[in-house]
Design a protein around this ligand. Structure first.
Ligand SMILES: [Zn+2]
Length: 324
């Protein structure tokens, strides 16, 4: 368990000043209509599997939370050069629907209203491609942070995906659903941490009796392998979707934003065990670059698809071109 250090205290103040958002009432709400009416669904194929990135919307917070060890001035300059604001880093919520022919599997549930008003779009995105929550057979989450499980509970306290078998890593369930998980490692105000923990329990409570807990490393469903990637949370998994010779690697929260966690190797502040998280990031990024795997970043700019390029020192993110 990391202990508070001076830089960490400074981060907490930054988080407070920057107004990291976390919804007060984690329940499904309808986001405002999109003025531009842009699509929130992006289709492509992984072998025989039809894949669709479905956006649950946007969350965000002070950049220093997502790049915890970045020197303040350097972080400011990196954001400026990427034409990003200095006071708030926006993160996407790129859930992925897999249609295998026999099953519809959703990878990550999205935030819903648990992390502010910008989430909760997944139901509109599903409707836009002609599907309802009842059409989903399985929901598999990489870890149980609120932005990955927030949509699992509906406004009435039931299951938002009524027919779906939900899979979550066992070590996350044990930690976050156990009595009083210690979240003091998170570089955010205590009140934010309290609501963060409550949002996880609130979202997962309706599933208590029939959630399926997995050990990362297992083939969870045909075509969907999980890879151990613990560190960000006790049980986080990355995913490898495979069909025929095609593969797609999902990096979960090994990186929040390519500008600060790939192109610069800064550390996501909410990593519970920074050394393990760094080792997982290094191991999985190295494999992605060596095998030239297509990658989906859950929080990367929509639709979040690209490749990791190995550099002499570190990695670079190379977004994939849009396909029609
Ligand atoms: Zn996340």
């Amino acid at each position: 368990m990391p202990h508070p250090t001076l830089p960490r205290r400074r981060l907490m103040l930054t988080a407070l000043a920057g107004g990291a958002t976390l919804g007060a009432t984690p329940a499904a709400t309808q986001p405002a209509a999109d003025p531009a009416g842009n699509a929130a669904a992006y289709r492509f194929r992984i072998g025989a599997i039809r894949a669709t990135v479905l956006s649950d919307g946007l969350i965000g917070g002070p950049p220093a939370v997502y790049a915890a060890d970045a020197p303040e001035l350097e972080l400011r300059e990196v954001l400026r050069r990427a034409f990003l604001p200095a006071d708030r880093l926006v993160l996407n919520l790129n859930t992925l629907l897999l249609e295998t022919g026999s099953q519809r599997i959703l990878l990550e549930a999205g935030a819903g209203a648990t992390m502010g008003p910008g989430g909760g779009r997944i139901f509109a995105a599903l409707a836009a491609i002609g599907l309802a929550p009842g059409d989903i057979d399985a929901v598999v989450v990489s870890h149980t942070h609120p932005d990955h499980v927030g949509n699992l509970r509906d406004a009435e306290g039931g299951r938002a995906f009524p027919r779906a078998t939900v899979f979550a890593p066992r070590a996350d369930w044990d930690f976050f659903m156990g009595a009083a998980p210690d979240l003091s490692y998170m570089p955010v105000p205590a009140e934010f941490r309290q609501r963060f923990g409550a949002a996880i329990r609130h979202s997962l409570e309706p599933l208590r009796r029939d959630i399926v807990l997995y050990e990362p490393g297992a083939e969870i469903l045909p075509g969907l392998a999980s890879l151990p990637a613990a560190g960000h949370t006790p049980g986080m998994a990355a995913f490898l979707v495979h069909s025929g010779g095609d593969q797609l690697l999902l990096t979960a929260d090994l990186a929040y934003h390519p500008v600060v966690n790939i192109d610069r190797p800064w550390r996501p502040g909410p990593d519970r065990d920074p050394a393990s998280a760094l080792a997982a990031r290094q191991r999985i990024f190295t494999r992605a670059a060596a095998e030239r795997l297509p990658v989906l970043g859950f929080h990367f700019p929509f639709p979040g698809l690209g490749h990791l390029l190995r550099l002499e020192q570190g990695f670079a993110w190379v977004p994939m071109g849009w396909q029609f």
